[in-house]
Design a binder for this molecule. Structure first.
Ligand SMILES: C[S@@+](CC[C@H](N)C(=O)[O-])C[C@H]1O[C@@H](n2cnc3c(N)ncnc32)[C@H](O)[C@@H]1O
Length: 371
């Protein structure tokens, strides 16, 4: 599908387009790979229904003293933000650490400022991000201030921050130009918590939340990680467009990194993805939306964590050509090579197509029903 987004609304460095989704939150579109980052129906809504609801937080996580999260493909952070909202709502008292994997630094730095519609009710979410980002940044090579005050981008910034240029000038921090971005975030953070939003911030213990960004190819970061996670979000681009984070080998790494009672959640319900997860060792189930339709996949080491098991139909689909997964032996192949090799394997294996499988399956069902 071709999208007709306005080029003027592009991010300065990466050329990614911004637009408003139907729930009033900002979404992104990558013209280079012709893929949207967020559903046009609602970026915020999508994170809450596809990534947070399947966790069943009150049952599976609320009693833990500490929750470790791996947010793969953070983008502008909707999944992390939606989780923070859930933690605030649940009045969660334990510690949280969130490792965010995203190779586009521009997006991560902009994430506290983007109009995600959380700010009015949950300003803490933005402050938590600011607080954590300003403690881990060094010498960034772009001016955040330019984005917030850029004419075509301003409309995508939270209304509260749009007026911040003037306020920022009043609190200008002039020590070392090298640490300007850090100082900028720092200033905003302290300005915010010391002025308008004292009350909500007081109720939430910031020092219990640690967010650490890794600005690299997630495959490189994942290989180097040693800790185990309770929650893993996987929000990579569509597998058929960018298969790098959907290979069997990548899921094997995630299996190594997940706790025995941890959960991995993704929006994808591709048979190739589910098959790779299963062969990597995971128990796999589906996420159903309000209308009972497939809207993603959950994977865990323990079957008890899987609420909606795969049906016989879903399991059969894994053995068709649609269930042939991507291979990336050393986790370093270019996307094109992974796709080409995948196509060759498909041709070579010559399995039943998913369309034929569906037809045959319906026929068998009909026969069984009739007799
Ligand atoms: C579909 S978007 C995710 C949207 C995101 N969760 C959000 O809330 O904005 C995919 C993101 O993954 C990032 N990405 C894609 N491949 C990556 C890789 N190999 N390593 C790290 N980040 C990657 C892209 O820059 C993009 O921000």
């Amino acid at each position: 599908m071709k999208h007709n987004f306005n080029n003027q609304n592009s991010l300065i460095q990466s050329g990614i387009n911004l637009f408003y989704t139907n729930d009033g939150s900002v979404g992104l579109y990558n013209p280079e790979i012709d893929d949207i980052f967020h559903s046009v129906y609602g970026a915020r809504e999508e994170a809450e229904t596809k990534f947070i609801r399947p966790l069943n937080f009150s049952k599976n996580f609320s009693s833990k003293d500490k929750i470790r999260v791996l947010d793969i493909c953070y983008g502008i952070g909707y999944n992390t933000k939606a989780l923070l909202k859930r933690l605030i709502q649940a009045n969660y008292k334990g510690k949280i650490s969130i490792d965010i994997l995203e190779y586009n630094k521009e997006l991560v730095l902009l994430s506290p400022f983007i109009n995600d519609t959380y700010f009015n009710k949950y300003p803490e979410i933005s402050y938590i991000l600011l607080y954590n980002l300003c403690t881990c940044l060094n010498d960034e090579n772009f001016e955040l201030n330019d984005y917030i005050n850029n004419r075509s981008l301003r409309k995508f910034i939270s209304p509260f921050y749009r007026s911040f240029n003037k306020k920022y000038k009043q609190v200008t921090y002039t020590r070392k130009p090298k640490i300007k971005q850090k100082a900028f975030l720092h200033n905003i953070y302290y300005h915010c918590i010391s002025q308008r939003h004292k009350i909500p911030v007081k109720h939430f213990k910031f020092n219990k939340i640690k967010i650490k960004p890794y600005f690299d190819d997630a495959r490189i970061t994942v290989k180097a990680l040693k800790v185990q996670y309770d929650i893993i979000f996987l929000d990579a681009f569509t597998p058929t467009k960018l298969p790098t984070l959907w290979s069997l080998q990548f899921f094997k790494e995630l299996y190594r990194l997940i706790n025995d009672d941890g959960m991995l959640v993704t929006y994808s319900n591709s048979a190739a993805v589910r098959h790779a997860m299963i062969d990597a060792g995971f128990c796999v189930g589906k996420v159903l939306d309000n209308t009972g339709r497939n809207s993603g996949t959950v994977a865990a080491k323990r079957i008890e964590l899987i609420e909606n098991k795969l049906s016989d139909y879903d399991i059969g689909l894994l053995e068709t050509s649609a269930g042939i997964y991507y291979l990336d032996e050393n986790l370093e192949k270019p996307a094109k090579k992974i796709l080409d090799e995948h196509l060759n394997r498909k041709k070579h294996l010559n399995l039943k197509s998913s369309t034929q499988y569906k037809k045959d399956y319906l026929q068998i069902m009909e026969k069984n029903n009739n007799g």
